[in-house]
Design a protein around this ligand. Structure first.
Ligand SMILES: *Cc1c(COP(=O)(O)O)cnc(C)c1O
Length: 346
């Protein structure tokens, strides 16, 4: 499978923007090449200088934790940037299409619409697993991407590994596996399959388990051909210096993050059990993520009462296959206790 055949022709032919940092790499004492403020920055760090466009130090540090080489790593301004760039690199506006498997993360569809890429929806089955036959029937010569979110937002379940491998083997476009919630899952990441499938893209993020949603830092792992294309079309300095510095600091606290993951999983399981016993709860779906999908008797009223009590959950009751459901993020023990206390009184 030649990935470059999948890339839009204008992107194949593109000469990318060449930054001052691209044209001279290395040590020097006087930098007069980028029209920066030579006197300095009002902040203590070297913020007067443009950041490393390829974020090599940060990628190396991430690589030490994830086991992925730099050439297979892309960093974006959130996963959302990687999603957008995948559309822009591989999908011709007005001609190509992608397959989405709702209910799933809303950004895949919004990004497709922004890029004028047709969306073919193949709903998950009632058990929230892939409808492989339906997907096979929807694929045509212009289908370039399939997005699979696992663990899936908003349903919380992991997608069967075997089914994803079937897609990877048979689909002639890219299979994008969004692993935003992988740290909370019993399933393991697809990172180890990167060498096996040239058409595999894995998305991960610093926004969830890592507790850095405000920094906007997302990761894409893929074959070097795919990563090269994303690097070619990204905004030159897409990850700012403050984010690079802070993320490098955060990576030193992996033990703290792992401890939070353990606590979140324990709280998730306890909260699921407790919710099951409430009369207003009709069904608690099993979760591999840091949230729980809960079917309740009267979602609109319960949502409003929670808002009145200062507790905000997500109303997903109008979403196909999630009828009557609220999506509840796992909180601290105290927050979960408060939530349960209030729900008992409605
Ligand atoms: C939260 C979330 C993300 C994270 O997006 P960022 O842009 O990295 O904050 C990605 N995918 C899914 C499915 C999510 O729920």
């Amino acid at each position: 499978m030649n990935i470059n055949d999948l890339v839009r022709e204008n992107i194949q032919k593109l000469s990318p923007y060449s930054t001052a940092r691209d044209e001279f790499k290395g040590q020097a004492s006087v930098f007069l090449d980028a029209n920066e403020n030579s006197f300095g920055s009002p902040l203590p760090a070297d913020y007067n200088r443009y950041p490393d466009p390829l974020q090599l130090d940060l990628k190396e540090a991430i690589g030490r934790i994830k086991g992925v080489p730099i050439e297979n790593t892309f960093l974006g301004n959130g996963s959302d940037e990687a999603i957008d760039l995948l559309y822009r690199a591989f999908c011709n506006p007005g001609r190509d299409n992608v397959i989405l498997v709702p209910p799933t993360y809303g950004m895949y569809e919004v990004s497709a619409n922004i890029n004028d890429v047709a969306v073919r929806k193949v709903s998950l089955l009632p058990d929230f697993q892939l409808d492989l036959n339906g997907i096979a029937e929807s694929i045509d010569a212009n289908t370039k991407l399939i997005f699979v979110c696992s663990p899936n937002n908003p349903t919380g379940n992991s997608i069967n590994r075997q089914d994803i491998e079937t897609l990877l083997t048979n689909f002639k476009g890219l299979v994008v596996i969004d692993e935003a919630y992988i740290n909370f899952s019993r399933q393991h990441t697809f990172i180890r399959e990167l060498t096996e499938y040239a058409n595999l893209v894995i998305l991960q993020t610093f926004s969830k388990a890592w507790g850095l949603a405000a920094l906007r830092l997302g990761m894409a792992f893929a074959s070097s051909q795919i990563i090269d294309v994303l690097n070619k079309i990204k905004p030159p300095y897409n990850i700012n210096q403050a984010t690079q510095d802070l993320a490098l600091e955060a990576l030193k606290n992996v033990d703290q993050v792992n401890d939070w993951i353990k606590q979140t999983v324990a709280q998730r399981n306890a909260l699921s059990d407790a919710l099951t016993t409430l009369p207003l709860v009709k069904q608690v779906y099993p979760s591999d993520a840091n949230f729980i999908l809960v079917e309740v008797t009267d979602p609109g009223r319960i949502y409003d009462r929670l808002v009145d009590d200062g507790i905000i959950v997500r109303d997903r009751s109008k979403v196909t296959l999630c009828e009557g459901c609220l999506r509840i993020t796992v909180g601290t023990p105290k927050e979960n206790e408060l939530l349960l206390e209030r729900l008992k009184n409605y």
